[in-house]
Design a protein around this ligand. Structure first.
Ligand code: IYR
Length: 224
């Protein structure tokens, strides 16, 4: 097959309108049960779950199909400890000196602080990198496009796949995240965008009520 060849669009199921409405509602009802988790159990999770979830993330729409992402999966206790120490170091500076009062006030209802014990407790940490340079093949160094958008969509799909597998996640953004390059042995043309903490919630896990308030449809949409 030649580079510019096309193949027919893959067949989608022929649902009735009623079925589609009910399936869309089901998707909403299911996704509504996803909660950001900050209290993880140390119970193991099969590595295959992570592998399939990453394959799912890798199907995300992206710029020129360069697939400008890299997922560094961390599970060894030593690496997790190292990462926790580095992240907590950055976070302490963030909470104590860098964050504006306005930002701290916005975070207050979530109850977050610089202590991140879950970085050692949870079985998997996935450091997500956007590749400024890359291409279709590993090792390519072409210009990549829409890296932030592509990685954002892939991360959303990863979170969704893990949720479907019954796992909890936390989108953690230590500020700044440059230390992740060294820790994960990633090159300078990659930018760490997110650290995803993955595992089962602790038995006594709680969520802040603040996080349960979702904007109604009328506030998040307009119909023209
Ligand atoms: N990165 C910090 C602070 C933080 C910022 C936002 I915006 C949040 O929604 C949650 C936390 C931390 O992880 O604690």
């Amino acid at each position: 097959m030649k580079e510019h060849d096309h193949i027919p669009y893959c067949a989608l199921p022929e649902y009735s309108d009623q079925q589609r409405i009910s399936l869309a509602k089901q998707a909403y009802v299911n996704l509504k049960t996803r909660r950001t988790c900050r209290h993880f159990s140390d119970e193991a999770v099969p590595i295959e779950v992570i592998e399939y979830a990453l394959l799912a993330a890798g199907t995300a729409p992206n710029g020129a199909n360069h697939q400008p992402w890299h997922f560094a999966v961390i599970s060894s206790p030593e690496k997790k400890k190292e990462l926790r120490e580095a992240a907590e170091h950055e976070e302490r500076t963030f909470y104590e000196t860098k964050a504006s009062q306005q930002w701290l006030d916005a975070l207050a209802p979530l109850g977050t602080d610089a202590d991140k014990p879950y970085l050692e407790t949870a079985p998997f940490l996935i450091a997500i990198f956007g590749q400024r340079k890359g291409g279709m093949n590993a090792g390519d160094m072409k210009q990549n496009y829409y890296v932030t958008e592509s990685v954002g969509i892939a991360t959303g799909m990863l979170i969704h796949a893990l949720h479907q597998a019954g796992l909890a996640t936390l989108t953690h953004t230590p500020n700044p995240m440059g230390f992740l390059n060294k820790l994960c042995d990633r090159p300078d043309h990659e930018k760490a965008v997110m650290l995803l903490v993955v595992g089962k919630p602790a038995k006594d896990a709680t969520i802040p009520v603040h996080a349960t308030h979702k904007k109604p449809l009328a506030d998040i949409s307009s119909w023209l």
